[in-house]
Design a protein around this ligand. Structure first.
Ligand code: AMP
Length: 212
């Protein structure tokens, strides 16, 4: 099975992709995680994408398509955070077409602006081991400290209020055409993602199991 997770920043794509990857034993390819790692490593790619990410802008499509093509290793996977616009969706079809495969589903996690704001402004990450927390929904045992490695937790640079606003604007402008693209192909599955992560996961697996 191959599918993509679509949705606004803070819709829970990363969290759900991890759980779904374990549930269905699928490789998870997270564009945001891959790019953040490149920035952390100060690689050539990392240097190219850093400014876009810090401003909440999309990294140019030609860079992204090379990264995606390089990371799709098997025929079964979950793509998290890609495609983000119509051009990327069409490019993905080309990449998969070369492998003589196509997507099964596009799972769209729908959240309102209030949920998005709450989730992103409360998110804290560990700069050392990349563990994610939320100050209310998933707090660490000791405030401000990573449970796994003891490092001081930080607010992600692109979770600052002015950058969150920009990311939301980018999402709103790109989202409708992307959604329309997969709806037309009858691959779109829309999930209300405002609730608890476990509830959302159950809804996704119920829908996917019903479609297989
Ligand atoms: P995420 O962790 O998915 O919210 O992504 C963090 C940032 O990485 C985004 O705000 C973009 O700057 C960049 N990014 C991630 N995925 C893509 C993509 N498919 N196209 C362009 N930029 C992306």
């Amino acid at each position: 099975m191959r599918f993509i997770l679509l949705g606004a920043p803070g819709s829970g794509k990363g969290t759900q992709a991890k759980s779904l990857g374990e549930h269905y034993n699928l490789e998870r390819i997270s564009l945001g995680d891959i790019l953040r790692q490149e920035v952390k490593n100060e690689s050539e790619l990392g240097r190219k994408v850093k400014t876009y990410m810090e401003k909440g802008l999309l990294v140019p499509d030609e860079i992204i398509s090379l990264v995606v093509a390089k990371h799709i290793h098997s025929d079964d996977f979950i793509l998290d955070g890609y495609p983000r616009n119509l051009a990327q969706a069409k490019e993905l079809d080309v990449i998969l077409g070369k492998k003589k495969i196509s997507l099964d589903f596009a799972v769209y996690l729908e959240v309102n602006e209030e949920t998005m704001l709450k989730r992103l402004s409360g998110r804290r990450v560990c700069p050392h081991c990349d563990a994610n927390y939320h100050i209310e929904n998933m707090p660490p045992q000791k405030e401000g400290v990573c449970d796994l490695c003891g490092c001081k937790l930080l607010l992600r640079r692109d979770d600052k209020p002015e950058v969150i606003r920009k990311r939301w604007e980018v999402f709103v402008s790109e989202n409708m055409p992307l959604r329309g693209y997969y709806k037309e192909k009858q691959k779109l599955i829309v999930i209300d993602a405002n609730g608890e992560a476990s509830e959302v996961l159950q809804n996704i697996t119920d829908k996917l199991n019903g479609k297989q």
